[in-house]
Design a binder for this molecule. Structure first.
Ligand SMILES: [Zn+2]
Length: 340
């Protein structure tokens, strides 16, 4: 651009501004323009306040960070049943969110990836100590903080997650091709850099949960699951302060095949902060062992089996489920994933 053109534009811009100024200050437009100007300033200020407020509360609010002190149930007709979870408290609003769990895993719609098997690193190399207690809707085994197992690299994640606790659902929460299993164990992990489960719930990448199906068969050879079931049996016998020792690594089925997607906690607050890893192969156990879980006393029923403690399926919406269950050698060459 040459200098003459520059001057020309400057002159025409100046003339334009002068005309606008005259229009604004000359009667009869003067009064009207002042009102208009004040209106524009007011709207701008309001817009800035809304934008600033939204940014300062941050996206963490949208994933429901707090663990609410509300009671909830599984009675489909109850006032605190799954259909009403989203308005039990302000912190449970995420239960009506769009990236919720559990889901039906459709094996014809998986994206094939070259994930390696889930592993745990570090010490201890043997069993972990923990204590088991009732939650009112099931039982939880909280592992000792002195011995922390850290996962290896998880799908889409390059940092370590610490094993915090495990619990169960009967029947299973996730389905595969429309079918539930007898039960599902959940190994709950939080991201090590966030220091605790409570702090991690507030982070979009805060949690990782491994789901392991339970299927009924003629024998129950998984000693870690048997130890957990024996602990639940002691709860059934009204005992408290129950110590359980088991090695969580024994719970992971051989072969290392799994489905993975991003979702939420399946109980209020339904926080949308969970990398789900659902193992393909189930733990085979007996009907008697599953019956121990199903006959646990819960708060709004005689036994857990009356209503179960599985949340109804949630819509997958625009999410996708990745897996290393098919064609893993081919998928390994294509880290973008290949639709099965
Ligand atoms: Zn669970």
């Amino acid at each position: 651009m040459d200098k003459d053109t520059d001057v020309l534009i400057s002159d025409s811009s100046r003339n334009y501004l002068v005309v606008i100024w005259q229009l604004l200050t000359d009667s009869p437009y003067k009064k009207c323009s002042l009102v208009l100007g004040l209106g524009v300033i007011l709207i701008t200020v309001i817009t800035l306040v809304i934008v600033f407020t939204h940014q300062s509360t941050g996206p963490s609010d949208d994933i429901c960070p707090a663990t609410p002190l509300v009671t909830f149930g599984y009675n489909p007709h109850g006032a605190d049943g799954p259909l009403h979870w989203s308005h039990l408290a302000p912190e449970t609003r995420c239960c009506a969110g769009s990236i919720q769990s559990p889901i039906d895993i459709k094996t014809q719609s998986l994206y094939c990836r070259g994930f390696s098997a889930i592993t745990y690193q570090g010490s201890p190399t043997g069993a972990l100590n923990g204590s088991i207690s009732s939650t009112g809707q099931g039982a939880v085994l909280a592992f000792s903080k002195q011995h922390q197992l850290v996962t290896g690299v998880l799908p889409e994640v390059t940092t370590d997650y610490v094993l915090d606790s495990m619990h169960f659902h009967c029947p299973s929460e996730h389905h595969v091709d429309g079918k539930p299993m007898s039960g599902e164990l959940h190994l709950v992990h939080y991201k090590k850099q966030y220091s605790s489960f409570g702090a991690s719930v507030a982070k979009q990448d805060g949690l990782a949960v491994i789901g392991i199906f339970l299927e009924e068969g003629s024998s129950s050879n998984n000693s870690a699951f048997n130890s957990f079931a024996e602990g639940v049996q002691k709860l059934n016998d009204n005992r408290t302060g129950i110590s359980v020792t088991l090695d969580p690594r024994q719970l992971l089925p051989t072969g290392g095949k799994f489905y993975t997607y991003f979702g939420s906690l399946t109980t209020p607050s339904c926080s949308e902060s969970v990398r789900w890893i659902v193992m393909q192969k189930p733990i085979i156990t007996t009907q008697e062992k599953v019956a121990i879980l199903r006959t646990l006393k819960v708060k709004d029923a005689a036994h857990l089996s009356d209503f179960g403690n599985a949340r109804p399926l949630q819509a997958l919406s625009s999410r996708r489920v990745d897996s290393n269950t098919y064609h893993w050698k081919i998928a390994a060459l294509n880290n973008k994933g290949t639709r099965k």
